[in-house]
Design a protein around this ligand. Structure first.
Ligand SMILES: NC(=O)C1=CN([C@@H]2O[C@H](COP(=O)(O)OP(=O)(O)OC[C@H]3O[C@@H](n4cnc5c(N)ncnc54)[C@H](OP(=O)(O)O)[C@@H]3O)[C@@H](O)[C@H]2O)C=CC1
Ligand SMILES: CC(=O)[C@@H](O)[C@H](O)COP(=O)(O)O
Ligand SMILES: [Mn+2]
Length: 382
């Protein structure tokens, strides 16, 4: 029985993880759940999974202390939960920079992490890598592209990999030119062509920040240089990513747009038990595969992500922090879609570079990037 702690339990990945866990009651016991504000849903989860021993909530608006022995409130709730329960695997599906600390804490304790929170690696990849080496722990990717690559890597040796090819849908505005992005609305940006996901990642997909994050994530997860990590536009999101080997073989992983497969694979690797699909892929009817070369002029955030990733240090934390704040402002209709990009570019330009950052350095960089974006748009008093 694997004892699981799930962060971001009320989110898109969180809920799909609960579904996977509920299908394997003899394999998993859910012992910890955390979320941000949604006390009502946490309560429902705790009732559905009586094995829950610890609960974390960032806001203290509702008293849920009666639900189990340990309930922690506040921004440090996730780390406190990890310190007050006996668990085997952390599933980190919280959104944002806040996911880095619990990832590091879990690895420090010698516990493996099934990772959806890509921000842990984008902002803190250097620290996470050091901790993995120190404690001999493992990360199991949940992000669909990285799960696909992880699956394709089972077919060969790492030394024989020529390159990783990460597929990109192009996001909500893939059929528009840059000129046509001037007046796009929040509602339009939130309409992803293939995936149903949380708001932040859906906007990141439209700006291609998400693909930039995924390039950096792949660098740390698979320990390959940026020169061996490519991206390609693939509108259908049927191929989740590929690995090209030295003998020219290209291994691809295909599947419907259902995150329960990568979640289950991360939790049960190397096993592949039965998984009922909502919308099974019918090869004979639906299989059209289009590919287009990535256009860095159309998607400047992807180009910037390579530069940020290669320079390393604290720049990933700046890139992510600026994006988090800019996406929040866009969703609140305080800035326009194209101003998300401008926020990130200017914040990275203005950042003070720290080559070998500590966690405190990254936290400072994250905070400074957010403050920079607010100041840049003159929104200090709103
Ligand atoms: N959705 C997807 O298909 C994919 C997501 N990912 C990654 O997985 C992560 C989660 O994404 P997704 O599920 O879409 O996001 P959602 O927005 O759907 O869910 C976010 C989760 O984080 C919680 N949360 C928000 N603020 C806080 C806080 N201050 N303290 C603690 N918890 C908080 C939310 O709780 P509450 O509901 O209470 O606010 C919720 O449980 C992201 O890093 C994303 O990039 C990666 C690949 C695919
Ligand atoms: C489901 C998932 O992993 C998302 O990251 C998704 O891949 C977004 O797709 P695009 O960023 O390619 O639009
Ligand atoms: Mn992805």
């Amino acid at each position: 029985m694997k004892r699981i702690v799930l962060l971001g339990a009320t989110g898109s990945i969180g809920r799909q993880t609960l579904d996977v866990l509920s299908k394997h009651p003899d394999e998993f016991s859910l012992v910890g759940i955390c979320a941000g504000h949604n006390a009502k849903e946490l309560k429902e989860i705790a009732e559905a999974f009586p094995s829950v021993e610890v609960i974390g909530l960032s806001e203290n608006k509702e008293d849920i202390t009666f639900l189990c022995d340990h309930v922690f409130y506040g921004e440090d709730n996730m780390v406190q939960c990890l310190q007050h329960c006996d668990y085997d695997l952390l599933v980190n599906a919280v959104v944002g920079f806040r996911g880095l600390k619990p990832t590091l804490e879990s690895l420090r304790q010698g516990k493996d992490v099934a990772l959806a929170n890509k921000e842990s690696l984008v902002a803190g990849g250097v620290l996470v890598k050091k901790m993995l080496e120190k404690t001999n722990t493992k990360l199991y990717p949940i992000d669909s592209e990285h799960s696909a690559i992880f699956q394709c890597l089972q077919a060969g040796k790492k030394e024989e990999v020529r390159r990783l090819i990460i597929t990109a849908s192009g996001g909500s505005f893939r059929d528009r030119t840059r000129e046509q992005l001037q007046d796009v609305s929040v509602e339009q940006a939130l309409s992803h062509p293939n995936w149903n996901m949380g708001k932040r990642i859906t906007i990141d997909s439209a700006t291609m920040v998400n693909k930039g994050f995924e390039v950096i994530e792949a660098h740390y997860l698979f320990d390959l240089p940026y020169e061996k990590i490519d991206t390609v536009l693939h509108a259908q999101s049927l191929i989740h990513s590929m690995v090209e080997y030295n003998d020219n073989a290209i291994m691809a992983q295909l599947g419907s747009a259902d995150m329960r497969l990568p979640i289950q694979y991360a939790l049960m690797y190397p096993n592949r038990p039965y998984l009922k699909e909502e919308h099974p892929l019918d090869m004979t009817k639906t299989l059209t595969l289009d590919f287009k070369e990535m256009d860095y002029e159309r998607y400047p955030m992807l180009k910037l992500a390579y530069q940020v990733g290669k320079r390393e240090g604290n720049l990933g934390a700046c890139f992510n922090g600026a994006d988090e704040k800019a996406v929040e402002l866009f969703l609140d209709k305080k800035i326009s879609f194209l101003q998300i990009e401008e926020s990130i570019e200017k914040a990275v330009e203005a950042a003070t570079f720290v080559a070998d950052p500590t966690l405190e350095d990254l936290e400072r960089t994250d905070q400074e990037a957010r403050e920079f974006v607010v100041r840049y748009w003159g929104l200090e008093n709103q």
